[in-house]
Design a protein around this ligand. Structure first.
Ligand SMILES: [Zn+2]
Ligand SMILES: [Zn+2]
Length: 104
């Protein structure tokens, strides 16, 4: 049961379909109820894992993998310490992905 906010009289349902309530005492009427549709666009931002494709472009070298014994690995060089020192070679096993560096 709803009451008129103006005069406190009992509100009468006038329009069944629109659910409109009117006050017979003062003429107050409620506004048509609008269905609030919450359009939730749940667009989950797919976190596309950046696949490291750099490895496939690296040159291969014939070397024994210390982990699985595979004889082929990618290799790249990196300046690790002082500039005057020789570059350190790094390897990644083609088969198991094990990474290791060349110890001199
Ligand atoms: Zn009223
Ligand atoms: Zn391996």
């Amino acid at each position: 049961m709803l009451f008129c906010p103006k005069c406190g009289h009992i509100l009468t349902l006038k329009d069944e379909k629109k659910k409109k309530l009117v006050c017979l005492a003062c003429g107050y009427s409620t506004k048509e109820k609008k269905e609030v549709k919450l359009k939730e666009k749940v667009e989950k931002a797919r976190k596309i894992e950046v696949v490291d494709q750099k490895m496939s472009t690296l040159p291969k070298i014939t070397i024994d993998c210390p982990k699985c014994g595979h004889k082929e690995a990618y290799y790249w060089t990196m300046q690790t310490r002082a500039a005057d020192e020789a570059e350190t070679r790094f390897f990644e096993c083609v088969k198991c992905g094990h990474r290791w560096r060349e110890y001199k």
